[in-house]
Write a protein that binds this ligand. Structure first.
Ligand SMILES: [Zn+2]
Length: 65
C-alpha cells in the first residue's frame, strides 16, 4: 500500500536526500519557506550558511525529473 498522495517529499537542501514531514529529523522555517532535514547536522549546516544551499532565482532550466 502506498500512501504518498497527501505528503509529497521535500528535499533536504543540504544533502539532497528526500524527506517528508513525517521522516524529517529537523524542520526550519527560513524566509517563509519550510525546509526539512534528514539530520540535525544538516539543519545546523543550513543555519550556518543558508545562502550556500538556496539557489536564488535559478529555478529555470531545472526539471524535477
Ligand atoms: Zn541531510
Amino acid at each position: 500500500m502506498k500512501r504518498s498522495n497527501h505528503d509529497h517529499p521535500h528535499k533536504d537542501p543540504v544533502c539532497g536526500m528526500e524527506v517528508s514531514h513525517l521522516t524529517a529529523i529537523d524542520v526550519l522555517e527560513h524566509q517563509g519557506k519550510t525546509y526539512y532535514f534528514c539530520a540535525h547536522t544538516c539543519k545546523e549546516a543550513f543555519e550556518t550558511e543558508p545562502g550556500k544551499y538556496i539557489h536564488h532565482h535559478r529555478q529555470h532550466g531545472i526539471k524535477p525529473q
